[in-house]
Write a protein that binds this ligand. Structure first.
Ligand SMILES: *Cc1c(COP(=O)(O)O)cnc(C)c1O
Length: 386
């Protein structure tokens, strides 16, 4: 089976992890801050806070922006469930904004319309989580304009997008948002096994993120309510969690980060080659905005079903039967039973639902060979003819 995504682990990565295992610290040592500084400097952010998953990063990002009971968070229906669940962890309400037909990212036109309606009813969101689907950045400039006009905070869920660029600058630099979140799950662009990071340029937000990832405990006298009782002293000043990253994870991440640009440029090569190989087939290849340099976590095609006899699921199943580990990113979140129970109905976000009825993620990972890619395309031809 050719998987849809796979990590790329070098001997250097292995050596980096092994050397941590024989060091003094397995957690809360020097590697985590080193990895944080490396990511911050790579993406052009002032602060970075490493955690044990992007899901945790989204949770504490929402809390750091003050999301709480009675507040609203909006996101795209076409994302992993974590981009929406983070609101519910804070006791806030979730709502969705339909996607753009070309980029498959949250549509700024639909967002503006929904904001105008929400303002009239006094139901504006406190936070909007925009998702850079497949690694292609959202229209951040338009979204930031709306965030200033309607007074909401912006979190970039860049789980797919580390190493990608918007308007020539690395995603995560925070020109148009408050916090950016990365995932280091093994299928993503660089990995720490499990792991995530939140980056920001705001020192207050960074401080809050640091507190929340570790029980709300501080050893910094400046954050305490009174002078430390002694050198042993720490204070719990907030309710936080144990969302810490281990030293092994950070060592792996720092080592992987050194190859980030090479990983992304290899993904671009594969994408360009897919575009050529798929030319003339009844599929839509990924459209790219001119402002965007995608991280290309995913390569998603859409079937032109009116030109096909086979159905979406027949093509998908045929590919799987031929050993191609295709996937579907994503089942629109509002159609999940958990969200249906909250009152969301199928039909609410037609562009997202149309996307879902046609999309297939083809295998895409940096160690993929051209022979494997040819195999994927040959299998797709066969699946489409069937
Ligand atoms: C993978 C992913 C997450 C969650 O990442 P974890 O590190 O597995 O918690 C969140 N949002 C999106 C869009 C993702 O793809």
């Amino acid at each position: 089976m050719i998987p849809y995504g796979r990590q790329d682990i070098s001997q250097e990565d292995i050596d980096a992890v092994v050397s941590v295992l024989t060091s003094d610290f397995l957690t809360q040592g020097p590697m985590v801050p080193r990895f944080e500084e490396a990511v911050a400097s790579k993406v052009g952010a002032k602060y970075a806070v490493a955690v044990n998953s992007a899901t945790s990063a989204l949770h504490i990002a929402c809390l750091a922006l003050g999301l709480e009971v009675g507040d609203r968070l909006w996101t795209s229906p076409v994302t992993f469930v974590a981009s929406a669940n983070c609101a519910l962890y804070c006791g806030a309400k979730v709502d969705f904004v339909d996607i753009d037909a070309k980029s498959y990212n949250l549509c700024p036109v639909a967002l503006e319309k929904k904001l105008v309606d929400a303002e009239a009813q006094g139901l504006l969101p406190k936070v909007v989580v925009v998702v850079h689907l497949c690694g292609q950045p959202c229209d951040m400039q338009a979204i930031r304009k709306l965030s200033h006009r309607f007074n909401f905070k912006v979190i970039e869920d860049a789980s797919h997008a580390i190493g990608g660029k918007y308007q020539g600058k690395y995603i995560g630099g925070g020109q148009y948002s408050d916090i950016t979140v990365f995932s280091f799950h093994p299928v993503k662009i660089i990995t720490t096994a499990e792991g995530g990071m939140a980056v920001t340029n705001d020192p207050k937000i960074a401080q809050k993120l640091q507190l929340l990832r570790s029980h709300g405990i501080t050893r910094d006298p400046a954050l305490m309510t009174h002078k430390p009782d002694g050198s042993w002293y720490y204070q719990q000043v907030d309710l936080g969690f144990n969302y810490r990253m281990t030293e092994m994870q950070a060592a792996l991440g720092a080592s992987q980060l050194g190859r980030l640009d090479a990983f992304v440029s290899r993904r671009h090569e594969l994408a360009a080659r897919y575009n050529e190989l798929l030319d003339g087939l009844p599929v839509l290849t990924p459209w790219q905005h001119p402002d965007s340099y995608s991280g290309f976590h995913l390569y998603v095609i859409r079937l032109k079903l009116n030109e096909l006899t086979a159905s979406h699921s027949e093509v998908f199943d045929s590919l799987r039967a031929q050993g191609i580990g295709v996937n579907l990113h994503y089942i629109p979140v509002h159609t999940q039973p958990f969200y249906q129970r909250m009152g969301f109905k199928v039909g609410l976000y037609p562009e997202s639902e149309r996307y879902y009825s046609e999309a297939i993620s083809l295998p895409m990972f940096q160690t993929m060979t051209e022979a494997q890619q040819d195999e994927v395309v040959a299998a797709l031809r066969k699946a489409i003819d069937a």
